[in-house]
Design a protein around this ligand. Structure first.
Ligand SMILES: Cc1cc2nc3c(=O)[nH]c(=O)nc-3n(C[C@H](O)[C@H](O)[C@H](O)COP(=O)(O)OP(=O)(O)OC[C@H]3O[C@@H](n4cnc5c(N)ncnc54)[C@H](O)[C@@H]3O)c2cc1C
Length: 532
């Protein structure tokens, strides 16, 4: 398709059939001359609440294009469409004695394994947790009040934190690597629109199937998964990785993609003790705010039919100051979940199903904390800060993984909630009234208190009246970076070890983690020959 038409605007009440006539109008050609088109991007212009529009960018084929191309490409909002090419090098020639190992089956590990497997490298994928089917059962048991399992929870097991994430496939980056990863999610999620929507969303209910479909494709291409296999040590000889010590025995390998996510604190500790270079990294701490979804819809949509057409509405707010406070991972029609891997800790995050129909809206309210504040000399100082406050959250939740909760009005007025009161939240194990001042450092609390009135004003005073706060929330990004070489993706402390994804501090979300995994896998493919 040689042409691209941008800024094609249609009322949201009109379906995509109306794109063709609009393209003909914009190009000044007959409708019959528009011989094909494909949506490249679709976004929502929500500025006029009573006249919402979809804005499309579309690749187009026109009849007799060789003769017309030059003049058409001069029209406003029309240019030549140059598709970018995904870099897919042929395998290199350096010999490998063992197949590569991928540690962690979250988005970073899964995409790395998929790339390696489909290029003939038969990767061995290890995960400390179980396969996704068993994981779904464990999560249900936990939600019903069961025990917490440090290897099988909302964060650990097949698909990693991605499996019970909200499944928003947004990414601030763009380019062929991002497109390639989105195409894989579209393929395995059977939802082609994720490649062009501005806010693609799979939903937590679909992610287990997506993760399973990835595994089937990896296995079909010669890869292998081992669940319940926790990596506990690295064997290094003369700076080169030679084997992994795991809970299921020694695994010889000279190449390992380390995709452990940001919550494998025991593995971070092991890496530090092994001498793998790591450094502390800025990360976010905060609370989760929740209100009835109806309020958010009323704020976004002036016409009732918009709710049926567009589903639960979301918001994205920021208060700028000495320290910004911003909303994060807004889960429209979702629910609050425990984002914990270690036992006796409590921390929140949010998810939603594809129908976004819980009746609640929740979002993180985040503040960035810097290594200078919590200990720039200790690579794991940020982890220790998280642990300190997550332990407080656990105790406030009666040591039963209940969610400490406080009405926003009480939080702002420094009023302790009545311990006998009932605060309704979407968190299924239940909540307990608590003063949230205790779950975060004082500087973070005072910043949120400064920001909430500003955010409320920006949101036409609809953010706070019925809002409830829960917390702490602090697993939005890694507080650590596992240092690696820019070109080779390998740790300077261990040749053959490729730290990737969110846990290594190089990604912040499903797609960016997947892309990071693919890039490391590509570095392996371009250098080595697959093991026979
Ligand atoms: C509730 C929630 C909602 C989210 N919503 C979104 C969203 O809507 N959109 C978005 O883009 N992002 C979202 N995220 C973030 C997203 O899930 C992560 O950015 C992403 O999963 C990171 O991928 P990863 O592969 O780097 O790590 P992870 O997904 O954390 O995977 C790490 C894997 O490594 C395994 N592992 C750890 N240590 C070891 C070891 N020693 N040995 C063997 N295996 C090990 C773990 O079991 C896990 O499977 C959400 C996260 C949460 C928790």
């Amino acid at each position: 398709m040689p042409l691209r038409v941008t800024n094609v605007r249609l009322p949201v009440t009109l379906d995509e059939q109306h794109i063709g006539p609009e393209l003909a109008r914009r190009l000044g050609v007959d409708l019959a001359d528009v011989t094909g088109w494909r949506i490249l991007k679709k976004s929502l212009d929500g500025r006029a609440r009573d006249n919402l529009k979809f804005v499309y960018s579309v690749a187009v084929d026109v009849a007799d294009e060789e003769n017309r191309l030059e003049s058409l490409a001069r029209r406003e909002g029309v240019d030549r469409y140059l598709s970018t090419t995904f870099d897919d090098p042929p395998p290199g020639s350096a010999p490998l004695e063992q197949r590569p190992v991928v540690i962690g089956s979250g988005p970073a590990g899964m995409l790395a394994a998929y790339f390696l497997a489909t290029r003939g490298f038969r990767p061995l994928v290890l995960d400390r947790g179980p396969a996704v089917k068993d994981r779904v059962t464990s999560i249900r048991q936990f939600d019903a009040g069961g025990e917490h399992d440090p290897d099988d929870n909302y964060l650990f097991g097949e698909g990693g934190a991605g499996t019970f994430s909200d499944g928003k496939l947004t990414c601030r980056l763009s380019g062929p690597d991002i497109d390639w990863v989105l195409e894989r999610f579209a393929e395995f999620g059977r939802q082609p629109s994720v490649t062009w929507e501005q806010r693609p969303h799979l939903g937590s209910n679909r992610l287990p199937f997506v993760v399973r479909n990835f595994r089937r494709a990896i296995e079909a291409a010669g890869g292998e998964y081992r669940f319940g296999c926790r990596v506990e040590g690295l064997e290094i000889e003369n700076g080169q990785l030679v084997a992994l010590a795991t809970s299921a025995g020694r695994i010889p390998t000279s190449l390992a993609i380390l995709a452990i996510g940001h919550s494998a604190r025991d593995t971070y500790q092991m890496l530090l003790e092994t001498g793998i270079p790591m450094e502390p990294r800025a990360f976010q701490m905060g609370l989760r705010i929740e209100q009835p979804q109806d309020q958010v819809d009323a704020e976004a949509y002036a016409r009732p039919e918009y709710r049926d057409l567009l589903g639960a509405a979301n918001y994205n707010l920021v208060a700028r100051g000495d320290r910004d406070v911003y909303t994060f991972c807004m889960c429209a029609g979702g629910r609050i979940i425990p984002s914990i891997s270690e036992s006796d800790m409590f921390c929140t995050n949010g998810m939603s199903n594809s129908r976004r129909d819980s009746g609640f809206a929740n979002s993180g309210l985040m503040v960035t904390v810097l290594p200078e504040e919590f200990g720039a000399d200790d690579p794991l100082a940020g982890v220790r800060l998280q642990q300190q406050f997550e332990a407080v959250g656990y105790r406030l939740g009666r040591s039963e993984y209940l969610a400490p909760a406080q009405r926003a009005a009480d939080f702002m007025a420094d009023r302790s909630p009545d311990p006998a009161s009932r605060i309704e939240t979407s968190y299924v194990r239940g909540s307990v009234p608590a003063s949230l001042e205790m779950v975060l450092p004082a500087t973070v609390i005072s910043t949120i208190k400064w920001a909430l009135p500003l955010l409320n004003r920006k949101y036409h005073k609809a953010l706070l009246p019925e809002a409830v706060l829960v917390g702490p929330e602090m697993r939005g990004s890694a507080p650590v970076r596992i240092v690696r070489d820019r070109e080779t993706f390998q740790s300077p402390g261990c040749r053959g070890l490729f730290p990737v994804g969110e846990g290594a501090g190089f990604a912040g979300g499903i797609i960016s983690a997947g892309v990071d995994g693919v890039r490391a896998a590509r570095a392996i493919v371009s250098k080595f020959a697959p093991v026979a």
